[in-house]
Write a protein that binds this ligand. Structure first.
Ligand code: ASP
Length: 294
């Protein structure tokens, strides 16, 4: 088989980013996709490329992940993140994690550690501390905007508890090895203990070298029931990424799903599809200018 032209795709969450914020939202995706591609070009794996791209977006307060993540109804951060390596089929995830700057790094550490796949809440925090991560001061990670969105939600002025702004990445290296990573603060004003699709393998995040990789975003309750990421990846066994993504979105409609996904197949073909107003995204491929959209 011919080598694949290495590629990284990122999304900045399905939702409805207001017009005036869209350029910055897209610019952040472009920066993250380019940084992920740099990892691939430097000989790093698809997994490392995805983790790096997502980490950059977690540090960017305009997205609903890491710093700037959405708040629970108690005004606290409970962060979800998951990664999967298509080459080894290894995965790692954390959910309802208290304030740590980069949940995706902790999910990656869970994958490397290999004992379990998913750690929750204080158990996830204890794992992170054992692995050398340091708890953050929540006040440093909670933004004005996140507080404002929660206030609106609690005052009943927001139609639904959905912030958008979740972040994710998929990548394919020149040997056709794929990976996926996703990170979120979840929905605005969620109940404490609520976990969305993001850290659930097969729902928000999935990768398999035999087919492709997918990171999903949207209302987690619908994505989980649709097993959206796994559905899209399985469809990549027989179909190129754009058709697989379209079929997966058709399947998602049966669940009244709102959201979107990014997909890469094992030949490096990519897709980004959504049924919301926006899902900022960027594609960085060796030898081509970065492409992007709101
Ligand atoms: N899927 C995320 C969740 O339900 C939210 C999002 O993608 O905007 O937690």
């Amino acid at each position: 088989m011919n080598p694949v032209v290495p590629v990284v795709v990122v999304h900045g969450g399905a939702g409805d980013v207001p017009l005036e914020r869209r350029p910055a939202h897209v610019a952040g995706c472009r920066t993250a996709a380019a940084a992920g591609l740099e990892i691939l070009v430097g000989g790093g794996s698809s997994l490392e490329a995805c983790v790096r791209a997502v980490e950059i977006m977690e540090d960017d307060a305009q997205y609903n992940a890491g710093t700037g993540g959405s708040l629970t109804e108690m005004g606290t951060l409970e962060l979800d993140a998951g990664v999967m390596d298509g080459a080894t089929l290894a995965a790692g995830a954390v959910c309802a994690l208290p304030a740590f700057e980069n949940p995706i790094r902790i999910a990656h550490a869970v994958l490397i550690d290999g004992r379990h796949v998913l750690y929750a809440a204080e158990g996830a925090a204890a794992f992170a501390e054992r692995a050398g991560f340091v708890r953050a001061d929540p006040a440093e990670m909670i933004t004005e905007r996140a507080r404002h969105q929660l206030d609106k939600r609690l005052a009943g002025r927001a139609g639904e508890g959905w912030a958008g702004g979740t972040v994710g990445a998929v990548a394919c290296d020149e040997r056709g090895h794929v990976a996926a990573a996703t990170s979120t603060g979840g929905t605005v004003g969620k109940a404490s203990g609520r976990v969305g699709d993001t850290p659930i393998l097969g729902a928000g995040t999935y990768a398999d070298d035999a087919a492709g990789a997918c990171s999903a975003t949207g209302i987690g309750e619908t994505i989980m029931r649709a097993c959206l990421a796994h559905t899209a990846v399985e469809l990549c066994r027989a179909l190129p990424a754009p058709e697989a993504a379209a079929r997966a979105m058709e399947h998602f409609r049966r669940f009244d799903g709102r959201g979107g996904l990014i997909v890469v197949d094992r030949r490096g073909r990519v897709a980004h599809l959504f049924n919301t107003d926006t899902m900022s995204h960027a594609v960085a491929r060796v030898g081509e200018p970065v492409t992007s959209g709101p």
